[in-house]
Write a protein that binds this ligand. Structure first.
Ligand code: UGB
Length: 431
């Protein structure tokens, strides 16, 4: 995976790394006499340290990746949080967006804020891909009045404090470990973010009174080896081809449990290969663009029968409309304080474009927009979690959410390339 900075691959957050520089052996055993001399000196040293260390008067709101068991007091910038989360319209919602500095999270947060909802972001700014891009998205959000709390969804104390500080009507849960192929390199990060993090969030949400409605990002990858097309929500999803897909499928089942026991209203959205401006550098359309401009050879996968691999590429603005449609049609949760009071809404929707495009066509569109001929190497689809084909049936989302994608790959890639050139090469102002 040449497009990823392997040295910067995040370890599973909270993972314990033993310090191997110290080993207990006979030479480290103190003699009793040495102990009597050094112990009072050590005590004095400790006392001096204690006197010198004055507590900081401005505790940082920043929280790094932490394990869910961390119990230190957290200082939140309450003024900023309330300002960000307060709806401009009296009819507006109060939404917590997790993964707000991510690709979809940024676009959804902006759209909610623009139309008058209150939005508070949450993101751990991990190093899965260039954090500078996440910081640039954060700047964009700050300009729009959206504050992002720098913290991990696995930090239960922090989540609890956020839910104590703000009465969220909805949670748009978009924080996740994304990427199909990377799951073979860092499986733990998928369990940590997509399973443990999701459960952590649901645990806090279910105990809140009143409970928020949850809308969250599942994935087209749950269809796995399903060969019936187009993929319908009724089709089987028990043959995931990657650990990423398996964690998303598991999350759908976890959502069922929390809906069933606690009355949480939960809507899962199966996104189909979302692309566009401010996108993710680990995705093919993004790193193909980078590599084509650099004159590097790109690998185009083909199926075992030498057929083309295709995706139902979906433009970000269409996905945003689907997310807002899901939020606006979400019914209230029925539980309170951890107790269910009646049946609650549980939904799952495909959000795709309904027109699969071969990867070779994606590349020729990029060549056209970049005005550069790509150096290509066609190779068999490696056994890396990728599936050969995706195609969404979106009739359910159309009916229930008013979802209607309007941007085809040609128009969408044009917008992406314009943004890319502006952002990375300064050729035009990036939007
Ligand atoms: O819908 C989803 O739920 C997922 O969508 C996205 O996964 P994918 O559809 O696999 O997108 P992406 O990696 O851009 O590969 C695109 C195509 O290029 C092919 N591909 C890829 C790499 C390469 O070197 N060559 C190649 O031909 C490759 O075989 C594929 O056919 C999200 O990353 C994922 O997080 C999840 O949200």
């Amino acid at each position: 995976m040449s497009h990823l900075d392997i040295d910067n691959i995040p370890s599973t957050p909270g993972k314990y790394k033993p310090d191997k520089s110290f080993r207990f052996n006979s030479s480290t055993v103190f003699s009793l006499s040495k102990l009597t001399i050094y112990f009072p000196l050590f005590l004095c040293f400790l006392l001096i340290l204690l006197l010198l260390s004055t507590p900081s008067s401005t505790p940082s709101p920043r929280r790094h990746l932490s394990s869910g068991t961390h119990r230190s007091p957290i200082s939140l910038p309450h003024k900023l949080i309330h300002k960000s989360a307060r709806p401009r319209l009296t009819t507006g919602h109060t939404v917590l967006v997790t993964g707000a500095a991510g690709f979809v999270g940024t676009h959804v947060s902006l759209a909610l804020k623009r139309r008058g909802d209150g939005v508070l972001g949450l993101d751990n700014f991990n190093h899965y891909y260039d954090p500078a891009l996440k910081r640039a998205r954060q700047k964009l959000l700050e300009k729009a009045g959206v504050y992002i709390v720098d913290a991990d969804i696995n930090d239960k104390d922090l989540l609890q404090q956020l839910f104590d500080a703000v009465l969220f009507t909805h949670v748009m849960h978009l924080a996740a470990q994304a990427g199909v192929r990377y799951a073979m390199q860092n499986p733990g990060s998928y369990i940590h973010s997509n399973i443990a993090g999701f459960v952590n969030l649901l645990e806090v949400a279910k105990s809140t009174n009143p409970q928020p409605a949850i809308i969250w990002a599942s994935s087209s990858s749950v269809y796995g080896l399903n060969s019936k097309v187009p993929f319908s929500e009724k089709d089987r999803t028990d043959q995931p081809a990657s650990l990423y897909a398996a964690t998303k499928k598991a999350s759908e089942e976890i959502a069922h449990t929390y809906n069933h026991i606690y009355g949480l209203s939960i809507t899962g959205l199966r996104f189909f290969t979302v692309y566009g401006p401010w996108g993710r550098p680990d995705m093919a359309y993004f790193f193909f663009t980078r590599d084509i401009l650099k004159g590097k050879t790109i690998a185009i996968y083909e199926s075992p029968d030498k057929g083309s691999v295709a995706r139902d590429f979906t433009y970000i603005d269409d996905i945003v409309k689907g997310c807002l449609g899901a939020l606006d049609t979400a019914k209230k949760s029925t539980g309170s304080g951890g107790k269910k009071k009646g049946p609650a809404q549980l939904r799952i929707f495909n959000l795709g474009n309904t027109s699969p495009v071969p990867v070779s066509k994606l590349v020729s569109l990029l060549e056209k927009n970049l005005k550069v001929k790509a150096k290509k190497k066609v190779m068999p689809l490696p056994r890396n979690g990728d599936v050969e084909f995706t195609h969404a049936n979106i009739s359910l989302a159309a009916r229930e959410l008013g979802y209607k994608p309007t941007t085809d790959l040609e128009a969408g890639l044009k917008k992406f390339v314009r943004w890319y050139l502006g952002f990375y090469l300064g050729s035009k102002k990036s939007s």
